[in-house]
Unconditional design. Structure first.
Length: 418
């Protein structure tokens, strides 16, 4: 595993603290290991996004970026989209300089117009810090992120520093963080990240709320009851186009007397459907919640859950739900949640998934879960992370454009559910 110093460049020595002076001494180590870096992604830190260490690192990174701004910042890169290893272009020289300024490329990387493995490694590192797939090829989102001015990045860090200050105290020894702009979930225990999961979060017009509640229960093989808002916005239009949709997806209609009625008995050209309850049978391959729901009572009626549409987790843009949060590798997540609950070993969890039985596992001790909105933060290894301000809560307007990113495959879950 690459050391903290290996991942940083000498440009960080612009901040004269004991830690960064030590980092500046790592130039030889960087050169020796750079080819290894070119073949790997940035190593993920075990420092939680919400932690005193992340807060201190973010404060330091603001000073680093202020120093960059004082030295003139960076120039926009042009003509680099689509470049990859083996490409040759004068634009690569400017790209090298852009990567050097933010510490993504070593200062000794030279001024060659060849897009070599050094440049590819720098691009991968930059992409990883901005929530962009680390392909090493310059994509449109990569260019958009590179061309956000230094003073805007400083303001973004300052805004999020304020958020971190209000969040890092009183977290407890064991908790869950869901960072909405990063579409990322962390489980934290003893001050360290134990598991990290890509997530699918609320769309721009159906935002996931910022909340602090407790996880109390894991529901295996759950039913799903369609919320009223989704009946209006999604279900009625869907049935107008695909009359067999409910039947194919094992969704039953229940009237006010508790009786099941057939889809053809409903006038789908009216709002009649809003008077009924729609209930989807359990079944991880088709149920919109997959095999499991993580219950966390709250006034917004949101929760975390599995999904049958695993393809979304490979996308950069994962703002796809109606407010709830879908969790990648959910078995690892619930194994961590239930590890102190007797009778719920990994073997028992796997067996319950396989059985299809409706079972609820109540946590021995409820676990705090924080849904937060952090678009910029840093960690003690010197990495600073930036994400698109997808809900426009930073108040910076169009200064940080949300890149045009769409899922690589259609979402198969009904209605892009709650």
């Amino acid at each position: 595993m690459l050391s903290r110093r290996t991942l940083l460049t000498g440009s960080l020595a612009l901040i004269f603290t004991p830690a960064t002076v030590a980092l500046a001494q790592s130039q030889a180590e960087w050169s020796q290991n750079y080819e290894a870096v070119s073949r790997t992604r940035v190593q993920r830190t075990s420092t939680p996004m919400l932690s005193p260490d992340a807060l201190a690192a973010t404060e330091q990174m603001i000073e680093y970026y202020r120093n960059i701004a004082a030295r003139g910042g960076w120039q926009p890169v042009q003509g680099v989209q689509g470049l990859r290893v083996g490409s040759k272009s004068p634009a690569v020289i400017a790209l090298r300089q852009r990567l050097i300024i933010t510490g993504d490329l070593d200062q000794s990387a030279g001024e060659s117009p060849i897009y070599d493995s050094y440049v590819e490694a720098g691009v991968r590192r930059f992409q990883a810090r901005h929530g962009i797939s680390s392909t090493g090829t310059v994509t449109a989102p990569t260019v958009a992120a590179m061309n956000v001015p230094a003073d805007v990045r400083i303001r973004q860090l300052e805004i999020n520093l304020g958020r971190l200050r209000t969040l890092v105290s009183g977290l407890g020894n064991k908790y869950v963080v869901a960072n909405i702009p990063a579409a990322l979930v962390e489980t934290v225990e003893g001050g360290m990240v134990h598991t990290r999961h890509a997530a699918g979060v609320g769309k721009i017009d159906r935002q996931s709320p910022i909340i602090n509640v407790k996880i109390t229960e894991v529901n295996f093989n759950p039913f799903w009851t369609v919320p009223a808002s989704i009946i209006r916005k999604d279900l009625i239009p869907k049935m107008q186009k695909e009359p067999n949709y409910l039947t194919e997806n094992k969704i039953r209609i229940i009237n006010g007397q508790g009786q099941e009625i057939r889809p053809e008995q409903v006038n789908w050209n009216s709002n009649e459907a809003t008077r009924y309850m729609f209930k989807q049978d359990p079944g991880g391959e088709i149920n919109s919640m997959g095999f499991v729901r993580i219950n966390m009572p709250n006034k917004d009626g949101v929760y975390m859950h599995d999904t049958p549409s695993k393809g979304i987790f490979g996308d950069d843009f994962r703002f796809v739900s109606s407010g709830c949060i879908r969790v990648q590798n959910v078995r690892d997540y619930i194994e961590w949640l239930l590890k102190d609950t007797p009778g719920w070993s990994r073997e028992q969890i796997d067996a319950t998934f396989k059985s299809g039985d409706r079972i609820d596992a109540r946590l021995v001790q409820a676990i705090n879960v924080y849904w937060v909105y952090i678009t910029a933060w840093a960690t003690p290894d010197g990495l600073v992370q930036f994400r698109d301000d997808i809900y426009n809560k930073d108040g910076l307007g169009n200064a940080i454009p949300v890149a045009s990113r769409t899922p690589t495959e259609p979402d198969q879950e009904m209605f892009l559910q709650n």
